[in-house]
Design a protein around this ligand. Structure first.
Ligand code: RB5
Length: 143
């Protein structure tokens, strides 16, 4: 599996920690930047990661900014992207079960590394439930 990751400066450190964890799980990670904590604009990185997922270059994507809010908004503007901003393991689980989220967003200034890793694993290890959720996911994908 290939997962694309991207962040702005506010999410850079958390991205680095999550990326290490993904590699440790045997996942191939494509890092689309940023590559340090110098100030950059999160829409550029959210869009790049979302386009990698939407085009099929990566199966899933993970994005990080200070809060996860701006970069998730950017990602969700790309057609076919369902990016869930998560702050708990329950949210990470539900965004796979119900939304079949193909991207996950987290805040580097609001989330500990430990929680980020737990949420990442919950998202990756949970199955999409389909069924009644498929109609809604189809509606999202048509937007
Ligand atoms: C950058 O300072 C900050 O605004 C950004 O990382 C993010 O939190 C925006 O939603």
């Amino acid at each position: 599996m290939i997962i694309a990751v991207a962040s702005d400066h506010g999410g850079y450190e958390l991205k680095k920690a999550v990326k290490e964890h993904l590699v440790g799980r045997g996942i191939k990670v494509v890092d689309l930047g940023t590559s340090n904590t110098d100030s950059v604009d999160y829409p550029i990185y959210g869009k790049a990661c979302a386009e990698a997922v939407a085009s099929g270059k990566a199966e899933l994507g993970m994005v990080f900014c200070g809060t996860g809010i701006g970069i998730s908004i950017a990602a969700n503007k790309v057609k076919g992207i369902r990016c869930g901003l998560v702050t708990s393991v329950e949210m990470a689980t539900l965004t796979k079960q119900h939304n079949n989220a193909n991207m996950l967003a987290m805040g580097g200034r609001t989330t500990s590394v430990d929680l980020a890793i737990q949420m990442t694993d919950a998202w990756l290890d949970t199955e999409y439930e389909g069924g009644r959720h498929q109609r809604r996911v189809d509606m999202l994908d048509e937007m």
